[in-house]
Design a binder for this molecule. Sequence first.
Ligand SMILES: [Zn+2]
Length: 281
Amino acid sequence: MSGPREIFRTVDQLATRTPTLPPATHTNSYAIGGRDVLLVEPATPYADEQRAWLAWARSLPSRGRRPIAVVATHHHADHVGGAAALTRELGLPLWAHAETASLLDVPVTRRLADGDVITLAGPIEERWTVLHTPGHAPGHVCLWNEDERVVIVGDMVASVGTILVKPGDGDMGAYLEQLERLACLDAQCALPAHGDPIEHPTGLFRWYIEHRRKREAKILAVVARSGPPGATAEAILPDAYDDVPASTWPIALLSVRAHLEKLAREGRVRETPGARYVAAP
Ligand SMILES: [Zn+2]
């Protein structure tokens, strides 16, 4: 925890320590709104960090700001580790997408859906539009303020560390589609869950898409080279990730699997017995 920080007039950030994916160590929470305030990301599960988070939330009314709800962008532990304790302590409702709600044991009072507009009363009324952006997690949402051209992006991109899309709760195809959608917003600033605010983020959104497409092309090339009986994800990994340190391979293996799932769904590779993949004819 490094102390709260004002990002804009009506957006404050507090980073707290969380069990997140290294090299990231913290998750950002945001207080948005000039009078009615949403607290985004009840992230930290640690008691000392929760005390700091609560002190931050309780300091807002002295500046004329009144928290009305806590919002979780998605269900991962480094985003909702404090959901139960922090909403209970503040007596605030938790808002999240229905897919996130179904994965939490904390009651979700309002289910956020794509296109919902949350109006925050204040000296300047703020309107934040909910964007359902699945891919990293099925119920992932972003919050978009079109007037200020600011978007809270959760784990869609990060300025510290990498974004993991893994089979199970991740979907590489959906993730790329949603990055494309974020790139089309023409946002001035993106506020990620990990790392500093990103000015003019369109280029970064496009870079993420490009990076994944290049990786996918490499995976496809390795599959094509392998021939029958096909290659396993483990066998594809060293060639597809030959440009990154082997220490990252355990995580990279999950990405290989997510890409293979997408390619199989698109009919570009075929899964054969023994979890091997061959190029589709
Ligand atoms: Zn996440």
